[in-house]
Ligand binder design. Structure first.
Ligand code: AMP
Length: 221
């Protein structure tokens, strides 16, 4: 694998991308770029991009390319060339994958490995309907399977827990449909390029983490 690898993590909403990304950035010293996080920050800051993005996000639809692509490409260009990168939530369409390929090529980079976490729809729906996130440190909880010690409060820093506005059942259904129709073809794109690794995400987070480490180890060997 390159000295400054570019790693992609993909999978349907609720696959555990955020949890696993938090591990990968520390374990492999990667800069973390999450388009969902970039957009949520833009919404919170009330920027033009944030205002344009919000209604799509709340409905579970993809934000138009003119809002997100430049934001992501600028963030990639701003990285020091010796820094490894973890991209999370981008690309979500084949067109975005092609744009990313061109932007990375300009920087003498390419995608080294794509970690595609797979989880059945019924598990995703259960995970997202119970998901609460710490407003301060972003740690996710699940009221059914991993509840906080005190309801509504983060175990780690006492922060307030909140539910994402797109974790409602209608928005989740749309996000799953968008994933199947628009984002799954991205996996096929990287499969053709020989850098896709499928990971079974229907296991406890520690086991999934082990599978991801193994996949990265195999690319590095
Ligand atoms: P995430 O946190 O990755 O689940 O993203 C939350 C929402 O942000 C998605 O449901 C989309 O509305 C929007 N979003 C994130 N990344 C992208 C992208 N690459 N293209 C279009 N919309 C995106």
């Amino acid at each position: 694998m390159a000295a400054a690898p570019t790693v992609l993590i993909m999978g349907p909403p609720g696959a555990g991308k955020g949890t696993q990304a938090a591990h990968l950035v520390v374990a492999y010293d990667l800069a973390h770029l999450s388009t969902g996080d970039l957009l949520r920050a833009a919404v919170a800051a009330g920027t033009d991009a944030g205002q344009a993005a919000q209604r799509y996000m709340d409905a579970g639809d993809l934000v138009p390319d003119e809002v997100i692509v430049a934001m992501l490409v600028d963030a990639v260009r701003a990285l020091p060339s010796e820094r490894g990168l973890l991209l999370d939530g981008f690309p979500r369409t084949r067109a975005q994958a092609e744009t990313l390929e061109a932007a990375l090529a300009e920087l003498d980079r390419g995608v080294d490995v794509v970690l595609d976490i797979r989880v059945p729809d019924d598990v995703i729906i259960e995970r997202l309907s119970g998901r609460w996130i710490c407003r301060t440190c972003q740690t996710p909880y699940n009221v059914n399977t991993r509840p906080p010690k005190t309801p509504g409060t983060c175990d780690l820093d006492g922060g307030e827990l909140f539910q994402r506005s797109d974790d409602t059942s209608d928005a989740v259904a749309t996000r799953l449909e968008v994933y199947r129709t628009q984002t799954e073809p991205v996996a096929a794109f990287y499969e053709q390029r020989g850098c896709l690794v499928r990971i079974d995400g229907n296991h406890p987070a520690d086991d999934v983490r082990g599978a991801l480490d193994e996949a990265i180890g195999a690319v590095r060997a």
